[in-house]
Design a protein around this ligand. Structure first.
Ligand code: FES
Length: 102
């Protein structure tokens, strides 16, 4: 069963700059978007394990820093013409605290 886990203060996250976090045994890429919502997806790109937390964010997508796979921060799906997916984690922001269900 997934648990709600505190992972960061919202104020410590820079908009559109990812952060790698570790929750239990899961490596997660955390992103604060311009509307102060937060997304969390598996940090390792399905292509060759590129660190998505270091990718470039555009809208609700992150581009892998290694070979530019485009990954949806809403679904975890790699966008065509490439394929694959990463885990997507539920998040919430409550009183300036960021939580992930992992
Ligand atoms: S490792 Fe991410 S696109 Fe190649």
């Amino acid at each position: 069963m997934r648990e709600k886990i505190f992972v960061a203060d919202l104020a410590d996250l820079i908009v559109n700059i990812g952060r790698e976090i570790h929750v239990e045994k899961e490596e997660i890429a955390l992103f604060r978007l311009p509307d102060d919502s937060v997304r969390a997806v598996g940090n390792r790109c399905p292509h060759e394990n590129g660190p998505l937390a270091e990718g470039i964010v555009a809208g609700e997508f992150v581009f892998c820093p290694l070979h530019d796979y485009k990954v949806s921060l809403n679904s975890g799906e790699v966008q065509a013409p490439d394929e694959g997916c990463v885990n997507k984690y539920k998040t919430s922001v409550e009183d300036g605290k960021v939580y992930v269900w992992a």
